[in-house]
Write a protein that binds this ligand. Sequence first.
Ligand code: SF4
Length: 404
Amino acid sequence: AGVPAAAPAPPPARHLFSDPAEVEALRGNLLAWYDRCKRDLPWRTLAATEPDADRRGYAVWVSEIMLQQTQVATVIHYYNRWMQVTAAYRVLCPQAAPSGDLVHCLWQIPSGKIQLCLSLTCPLPSLLPGVGRYTAGAIASISYGQATGVVDGNVIRVLCRLRCIGADSSSPAVIDRLWDMANVLVDSSRPGDFNQALMELGATVCVPKAPLCRECPVKQHCQAWRRVSMSPTAIVTLVFAGIGDCPLCPPATEPWDSSLGVTNFPRKAAKKPPRAMRTATCVLERRGCHGAPEYLIVQRPSSGLLAGLWEFPSLPLAQDLQEEKEREELAHHLQAWMGRPVAAKGLQFIGEVIHIFSHIHQTYVVYSLHLDGDVTLDPVLFPSRWVTEDEFHASAVSTAMKKV
Ligand code: SF4
């Protein structure tokens, strides 16, 4: 007792950017390359030419939200469309925000993978929920010229290679270290360009497979490239010096693999298998006033998985329930929800639908129920509405619900 714990040793120099002259040279080489080779992207043009900082911020925010969900080539079309329509909307209805459904329709890519959370009347994006550290950093640096770094998937790959970081790149310790590095490296006179250059390098040169190291503008600062270019004896010495207790080196059980070259970095821990979930879902159907069938859909909560999207009334189930019990639970749920009796045996089993989310293996157990008359739900507690089949497909519903 009374003996303070020793502070952890700093990481070895090869994992750091501790030489100011090297940092300066790296910035210069990267920015010169960016000025020569950068892709023409509409949000970059706007960020460089628009005098209003909030408009720049809005444009970068829109592009970042879209880029998180799909590739640059696809985003360009949707970004242009979004900016044109929202500009027109702003002229026509200066006081109004579009409904969630309007937003969804404008930004629904045929892959069906898209969710959205954009609105026209945002004040500053950094104040909005759903804007994480990366997006806030991108907007602050690109639109407002603040000297703050960014770390996205491309930057993780580039930094891990530049500094031979082989520990799990998705671990909080490594991510924190990468943010520190990004903040050290960012060029205070051109922070937006520097961050975009680092991301561009990862997207076009330091790509996941077969990076173009010989053409790389920062190869003279790259520890992974240096290691690949070394003599075999030097590599052995370096590799054995690198493993052990260092929290940023590859684990001793997964040493350097010379067949992989620089793509030894970054490394991720093996993915966990997706979690299995079962959900009972009920397609409630009635005859509409014109005789065509209509279906009840309800809106999901505004946070979490599939936030704000519409779905058939659904209930997560325990994994090991018998079918009869599942049906009873769903009947109870519908009953409590609609305020009228629902007999379990009235629920007709239709089948099972499997949908794989990135981390969830979801099985929807699908039932249907025909109703006479309307169902009254509290619109605040349960946003819900009856839709025809066409209206269902035009609504903000997930791909999983379309399968159902
Ligand atoms: Fe990436 Fe190769 Fe450039 Fe290193 S030299 S940053 S590994 S492209």
